[in-house]
Design a binder for this molecule. Structure first.
Ligand SMILES: [Zn+2]
Length: 372
């Protein structure tokens, strides 16, 4: 038996307030969006069945061995799409390598929800009717497909909504220095097709949406952004992890609204997710098997502790923030991007502050630190 979703249980008696919340979310559409039950969140769901018929079974990708994962797609024409019961992973170009990403379509009997419309959606359009769009968080690469979905209501966590309603709001989330911001702002408009959204609704952590026989459970996983969320689709035993991307680069917590501590708490929260398939927006695509996921999550999280240990080692001599920036604890020396200096500076400050608080380093003079 897998671990339970500790901390995600809806308190007894919360059903009516959740119903109310669901109605508030989408005014005028209450009947289509009723939260109909309190879901038992622990253990396997013995009632889980694949309900879609597959007209053909092709060879599954090497990293995905389960017979539940097949590439025949109920009339969805999308190269490299992957079907997980009611969930379709709409594999992005370059398998979701930034600036691309892997969107997810969740189909219920009443509603289809598209999660994180990627640049590939912007280029190709959605492969099936979409009733609602959900966002794991608001960043430029998770919304470009909205340009193909005009008039479709879009939902995100309340703490990220500021990025959907204006480009200034989005820019405030990044907190870039003015020299970088100007260029990036234009890139977001030109390359990611940014337009302020009109029909925006927000959800809070732990919201549950019933699409008709299929549910999406919101799991608030802040850190990358304040409103970052994962989505659990129990009927597909699948989690969409957004930008908890499990890459070798490690967690990205360098925006104005990012939080290293929140990211760490979110990762430990993800350890108790009860699912068999784990979908990342970038890089890793689909991970099959919870044990493999946990190993990858550990490796991903360890990037942070390894970085901090390397910094501590470096600080056996007195060092300034500038020294840490030059040494590079985030990017390899070969990486040449405008963003590097900014990110290295932010990272150095975050870790220096934390190690100061923990007494692992001391301030030996103005802006100079040394291992304690
Ligand atoms: Zn992001």
């Amino acid at each position: 038996m897998h671990g339970d979703l500790h901390g995600l249980q809806t308190p007894l008696g919360a059903r009516s307030s959740r119903n109310q919340a669901a109605r508030l979310l989408i005014p005028g559409r209450p009947l289509r969006w009723m939260v109909t039950q309190v879901i038992k969140l622990t253990g396997q769901n013995p009632a889980y069945r694949l309900t879609h018929r597959h007209t053909s079974i092709r060879k599954a990708p090497s990293q995905v061995s389960s017979l539940l994962m097949k590439r025949s797609l109920n009339k969805i024409h999308w190269p490299d799409a992957l079907q997980l019961g009611p969930v379709t992973v709409l594999t992005g170009e370059e398998r979701g390598k930034y600036p691309h990403g892997n969107s997810v379509l969740v189909r219920g009997t009443h509603q289809n929800v598209l999660i994180d419309p990627s640049l590939t959606i912007a280029n190709r359009g959605a492969p099936a009717p979409v009733d609602q769009v959900f966002l794991s968080h608001v960043h430029e690469d998770h919304i470009p497909g909205m340009s193909q979905l005009q008039g479709i209501p879009v939902h995100c966590h309340e703490e990220d909504a500021i990025g959907l309603t204006s480009i200034d709001g989005l820019m405030s989330m990044y907190g870039l220095p003015p020299t970088l911001e100007e260029e990036f702002r234009q890139e977001v408009i030109d390359d990611f097709h940014y337009e302020p959204q009109v029909d925006v609704s927000t959800f809070s952590g732990n919201a549950i949406f019933d699409l008709g026989g299929v549910e999406i459970q919101v799991i608030h996983t802040p850190g990358h952004t304040r409103g970052h969320c994962a989505f659990l689709i129990p009927q597909a035993r699948t989690v969409f992890l957004g930008d908890i991307e499990l890459s070798g680069f490690g967690p990205y917590y360098f925006d104005a609204h990012s939080s290293l501590e929140s990211f760490e708490q979110s990762m430990s929260r993800c350890r108790s997710l009860d699912a068999d398939y784990f979908v990342t927006f970038h890089h890793k695509w689909v991970i099959s098997g919870r044990e493999k996921f946990l190993q990858m999550l550990d490796d991903f999280a360890n990037v942070i502790s390894n970085r901090e240990e390397a910094m501590l080692e470096f600080m056996t001599e007195p060092r300034t923030i500038g020294d840490c920036v030059s040494k590079r604890f985030v990017y390899r020396p070969s990486v040449d991007m405008n963003l590097v200096q900014h990110v290295e500076t932010r990272s150095a400050r975050i870790h220096v502050n934390r190690m100061l608080e923990q007494g692992r380093i001391t301030k030996v003079s103005e802006n100079t630190y040394q291992a304690a």
